[in-house]
Ligand binder design. Structure first.
Ligand code: UDP
Ligand code: MG
Length: 310
């Protein structure tokens, strides 16, 4: 029997992109000739994305939709797609078609060669600002450093996962989800396929600056003890420097050179206080993620599902 491919896409206010998405993805998958399903996870859109999805589901039973109870984020939407998919392999792709569906065939070919994870690696990124490209490239480098894992550069969530990997990823117990790091951690046989990233077909980016900062935090803190150890390192350096200063003051005093110590008082106290606050703040960040895990609430809530045979 031929293997089945699941295409998973997160949807947040994609009124403008959705019709073009299905218009391009369906023929591409038909051309590939393997049985497929398309799972669109509506991440609490406030526009009419849910209605557009329903219409497409009614016309084509291969198109399936899950509607979230509210906006839980792109990572939660991808996880929901992976949890609900029935394919032997799944391709994760954004709804704005920046990652061209015409690349699917290349991902599937690599998978057929025996790779369990195939990363879509961007050769060029059309229509993205210098700020977006710079922060995105810096972010990947920081992720690799903090997690100590090999997170491929110029690669986002556009990837193919084999069923073995899907099952492992879905079974991970942590609540904080960051697929790019989790897949680097689980291992398996991984390969890359290059492609040219297009401009968004319609509409604006859904990643506001606030969401970008939140994503960066979610990628770094739960997957690295490095930041947690930082205050200790700063503290040790600070302690050594103050010990040297203290000894110098004593030697100078013994040599009869008086120092105006009060002049040093304000900056010293300010520095010490800031270091303590930073240390506290970093522990709080970790505590927050632990708190979320301890609460054990679901990562997302499904409001309803269409075409899953219920
Ligand atoms: N997205 C989502 N939830 C969000 C934000 C974005 O599901 O809270 C989806 C969005 O609809 C798109 C994908 O995630 O399918 C990537 O978003 P976008 O293209 O805006 O990000 P960018 O490419 O600018 O990083
Ligand atoms: Mg995009």
């Amino acid at each position: 029997m031929k293997p089945t491919i699941s295409i998973i896409t997160p949807v947040f206010n994609e009124h403008d992109c959705l019709p073009t998405f299905f218009k391009r993805v369906v023929p591409v998958m038909e051309e590939i000739g393997l049985p497929f399903e398309i799972i669109a996870v509506n991440d609490g859109s406030s526009d009419d994305s849910a209605e557009i999805l329903r219409e497409h589901c009614e016309k084509d039973p291969r198109i399936k939709a899950v509607n979230f109870a509210r906006n839980f984020g792109q990572q939660a939407a991808f996880l929901c797609g992976l949890t609900n998919c029935s394919g032997d392999a799944a391709i994760l792709v954004d709804a704005d078609l920046q990652d061209p569906p015409e690349t699917f065939a290349k991902l599937i070919d690599k998978w057929k060669e025996g790779y369990d994870v195939v990363h879509g690696v961007r050769r060029v990124r059309k229509g993205e600002s210098f700020f977006k490209k710079f922060t995105s490239s810096l972010f990947t480098k920081v992720l690799s450093f903090t997690s100590g894992l090999d997170v491929p550069e110029n690669s986002g969530e556009f990837k193919l996962y084999d069923r073995k990997v899907i099952d492992v990823l879905c079974a991970l117990p942590e609540r904080s989800r960051f697929l790019r790091i989790q897949v680097a951690w689980v291992g398996f046989k991984q390969a890359s396929v290059e492609f040219d990233r297009d401009e968004r077909t319609e509409g604006e980016t859904k990643f506001t600056f606030k969401k970008m900062v939140k994503t960066a935090e979610a990628g770094i803190i739960p997957y690295s003890p490095k930041v947690l150890k930082l205050p200790l390192k700063i503290g040790i350096v600070g302690a050594i420097l103050s010990a040297i200063a203290f000894i110098t003051f004593i030697i100078l005093a013994c040599c009869g050179i008086g120092l105006e110590l009060t002049a040093w008082l304000f900056p010293t106290i300010a520095l010490a206080t800031s270091i303590i606050l930073i240390a506290h703040g970093i522990s709080d960040l970790y505590m927050n993620y632990m708190y979320e895990d301890v609460k054990g609430r679901p990562i997302y809530i499904e409001r309803d599902k269409i075409n899953f045979g219920e």
